[in-house]
Design a protein around this ligand. Structure first.
Ligand code: G3P
Ligand code: MG
Length: 488
């Protein structure tokens, strides 16, 4: 019997994990954020900063010969359409709200499409199957993509045997939705078949072109890439567009969006560079100065990621590097290439997660008061609302990739009013015994160890502060030993 167990509850039966209560509550919170227009003070300025030719961050800024590679953090926060509001559920007294978890997916919960066994256990622990009988809120923050959020959540619900809702889920391309009004004709790259086009159109993009459409119109675009009959059938006929002029050069790409990992690097690289070196995005044209190409948005910047292979595999960040390097090689170092990345480690992605957790907490607090006889004056109630309108004091961010998960959580911890505690697991990109470039607060074996580490740390805080766990429950005085593999 571990030293940490609280006296069992009378007549306790194994508690049904009610992940649905979190799923619904986060849908409510997400809907509320959409209604609120999702803006924290100062967000507008950030958006104004969205890429302008003047900005250059590449090392070649001083070296006249090198093209200037403009890459910026895209500060866009992702509203997601959520279903009809649910009737405010009775607030579950076992749910804690002073700490929460945020999970990376590949290499932490899932590997090569299969659930990591400890992940299923970890979700049960968070949904009440722990010695304190408490439930801890959690959200998912992945750089992955290539399917709609709803479809990914259906997959995840099956894999983790709990209900996961789009309200709890943020993926790499989710923020791209905000650019649907800014560009009309866009090139969407990556993913399986037509999936990314469907996601882009569901985000509101009006004229979505894929590399397959360009290859269908001009097979010589990528000499060694032959469309399969299905791909040919699914691709759209660009030559029949508009006035049926049959000229590909009538098509003007206003922006390129790489939604998910490319399934064919050679042809995608060729087509992205054709657009980047074109005259203002006009297909089949070549700019004389190589500085008039449209912006290229990548949904994340992970150079490697963890999947079924024992060693990490190349990811979208590697394709981005290839685009930048080959652009430089094929322009003789002239011109301008504008690339942008969303996803982790961008702080704006974590800021959106923080807003989601904060809104979940505020919504829950309002529901808690809902239907209760008003015991205080409206001003006191408003003050209580304001006090509750803060994110949980600590968010445990569990990831497997130091350069995106740990770097992002640490960067957020440096600027956030609450604590973002980075935990690195050894089931994905990070290899045990190696020195992570970005230092996590703790290194543990699996996500289950990470959840236990966070819970123990919180119980230690409470025990030390001698505060009740959740309404009416006192933790047994404990002598706690945090045993992550490494606590940094
Ligand atoms: O393509 C996705 C991959 O790079 C990482 O996904 O879940 O580990 O952020 P995730
Ligand atoms: Mg990962």
């Amino acid at each position: 019997m571990s030293s940490l167990s609280a006296p069992p509850r009378p007549a306790m039966c194994p508690r049904q994990a009610s992940s649905s209560s979190f799923a619904e509550a986060f849908d409510d919170a997400r809907r509320k954020l959409d209604e609120l227009g999702v803006r924290e003070p100062g967000k507008e300025e950030e958006e104004e900063e969205t890429p302008s030719p003047a900005l250059s961050s590449s090392s070649s800024a001083t070296d006249e010969s090198a093209p200037s590679l403009v890459d910026t953090e895209s500060p866009i926060s992702p509203p997601t359409p959520i279903g009809a509001p649910t009737t405010p559920a009775a607030v579950d007294p076992d749910v804690v709200d002073n700490f929460a978890f945020a999970f990376d997916i590949d290499g932490v919960l899932i590997r090569g499409g299969q659930p990591i066994p400890e992940a299923i256990e970890a979700m049960k622990v968070l949904n009440g199957e722990n010695e304190w009988g408490i439930k801890v809120p959690y959200i998912f923050l992945t750089n992955g993509g290539g399917k709609s959020e709803a479809e990914r959540c259906r997959d995840l619900s099956q894999q983790l045997q709990i209900e996961v809702s789009p309200g709890q889920f943020i993926c790499g391309h989710t923020p791209m939705r905000e650019l649907a009004d800014r560009y009309h004709t866009v090139l969407v790259v990556g993913g399986e078949g037509e999936k990314c086009r469907e996601v882009a159109e569901s985000y509101g993009f009006r004229d979505v072109i894929t590399p397959g459409d360009i290859l269908k119109a001009n097979a010589a675009t990528a000499p060694f890439r032959k469309l399969t009959p299905d791909e040919h059938a699914n691709s759209r006929d660009l030559l029949a567009r508009g006035n049926g002029s049959g000229r590909l050069s009538d098509v003007v790409i206003e922006a390129v969006f790489v939604f998910a990992d490319s399934r064919d690097w050679a042809s995608d690289l060729q087509i992205i560079l054709d657009v980047a070196q074109s005259r203002g995005g006009r297909l089949e044209t070549r700019s004389a100065t190589f500085d008039e190409g449209p912006p290229i948005y990548f949904s994340h910047n992970d150079v490697v990621w963890s999947t079924a292979h024992q060693h990490a595999r190349l990811g979208m960040g590697a394709l981005r590097r290839a685009v930048e390097t080959v652009f430089e090689a094929t322009t003789g170092g002239r011109g301008v290439l504008r690339t942008h990345a969303f996803g982790k480690p961008q702080v704006s992605t974590f800021e959106f997660a923080a807003r989601l957790l904060r809104e979940w907490r505020a919504t829950r607090h309002r529901q808690q008061r809902h239907g209760l006889p008003p015991t205080t004056t409206p001003t006191a109630a408003a003050a209580a609302d304001a006090a509750a309108d803060v994110p949980p004091a600590t968010v445990y961010f569990v990831g497997d990739t130091p350069e995106s998960d740990v770097r992002g959580a640490n960067a957020m911890d440096a600027v956030a009013p609450n604590e973002w505690y980075s935990i690195l697991v050894q089931t994905g990109v990070y290899q045990a015994g190696t020195e992570p470039r970005d230092k996590p607060r703790a290194v543990v074996g699996t996500v289950l160890d990470a959840v236990r580490h966070g819970l123990r740390r919180e119980m230690e805080k409470l025990a030390l502060a001698r505060k009740p766990v959740a309404d009416g429950h006192m933790p047994a005085p404990v002598e706690v030993r945090c045993d992550p593999l490494v606590e940094v």
